[in-house]
Ligand binder design. Structure first.
Ligand SMILES: C[S@@+](CC[C@H](N)C(=O)[O-])C[C@H]1O[C@@H](n2cnc3c(N)ncnc32)[C@H](O)[C@@H]1O
Length: 282
């Protein structure tokens, strides 16, 4: 294992405090690969110089840049596919059956990164528009990173990004090519509201949701933070709601507010009763 650098403790505490990110000494290589380019960009000769400046100058925008550089923003359209199929084939028919036309259906993508997840849901909803006629649907997409939210809200993706998980038919239907980039069409873009939310915040103030996607973020938190975040997500969900976690994430040992759905890995019911929207796949 490489020697622990002098700034390690400071950065470790900063990340834990600001976004709940746990960095262990084995991840020092990550610190180096992510922070060295930032140090150079800001005119420092190494990471130690960058961190010393944070400690002495209290430069908030540089502090945020350090924290954001340490986040992993990996995302792709229709990631893992199964959750999106389940959403389309099981949850939407249930929602249609159970919700009155005057009751808005609310979906939350917590930790949405560059937007592929909420836009995947928006594409599904747009394609189901005929069936969903009359239902009001809201997609709220949040992340802790201001810079990533600003990118996501533009709906512009590289060739590489649109080649990952997005079927060609959907690319042609919902995107417009602009040089080497692809811009998502405004009807899809406008279906998603992007907002800044730190999952560590005391209150999210987003209201109640029917469906929550909180995928591939809990893995970065320790047990205590996971439990706190899950309690707040539970509070932000209606009783028959459904939670989607990442394929390698689980609620075991973290919360008793959710019940795994056997047929869907990473899918959780908010109630163990037959009232759940996911009952059909349980
Ligand atoms: C790997 S991405 C997951 C993106 C998407 N959910 C998916 O599964 O494809 C993790 C995201 O979590 C965000 N994140 C990290 N800590 C967070 C926190 N405390 N509150 C909200 N978002 C956070 C990061 O900024 C990053 O965009």
């Amino acid at each position: 294992m490489p020697q622990t650098p002098s700034y390690f403790e400071y950065v470790r505490n900063l990340l834990l405090d600001r976004s709940g990110l746990v960095v262990t000494p084995e991840k020092i290589y990550l610190l180096e690969s992510r922070l060295l380019p930032l140090a150079f960009q800001h005119g420092f000769k190494d990471i130690a110089g960058l961190i010393l400046s944070l400690q002495t100058q209290h430069n908030e925008s540089l502090t945020v840049a350090v924290v954001e550089a340490m986040h992993t923003h990996e995302s792709l359209f229709f990631r893992d596919l199964a959750p999106f199929k389940l959403f389309q084939e099981v949850l939407l028919p249930q929602l249609l059956k159970r919700r009155h036309a005057d009751r808005k259906i609310r979906i939350w993508c917590a930790a949405c990164s560059t937007g592929q997840e909420p836009f995947s849901l928006a594409m599904i909803l747009a394609e189901e528009a005929e069936r969903l006629k009359g239902l009001k649907i809201e997609i709220v997409a949040t992340d802790v990173s201001h810079s990533i939210l600003s990118r996501a809200s533009k709906g512009v993706f590289s060739q590489f990004e649109v080649q990952r998980g997005l079927p060609v038919a959907k690319l042609i239907k919902h995107f417009t090519q602009e040089g080497e980039k692809w811009r998502i069409n405004s009807d899809i873009l406008n279906m998603v509201q992007f907002r800044h939310v730190n999952l560590l915040d005391e209150h999210y103030n987003l209201g109640k949701f029917d469906v929550v996607f909180c995928r591939n973020v809990l893995i970065y938190f320790d047990l205590e933070i996971k439990a706190k975040v899950m309690a707040k997500i539970s509070h932000a969900m209606v009783e028959d709601g459904v939670l989607f976690l990442g394929s390698s994430e689980s609620t075991i040992g973290i919360t008793k507010d959710f019940w795994p759905v056997k047929a869907g890995r990473g899918v959780y019911k908010h109630t163990d009763s037959e009232a759940s929207l996911a009952e059909e796949i349980a």
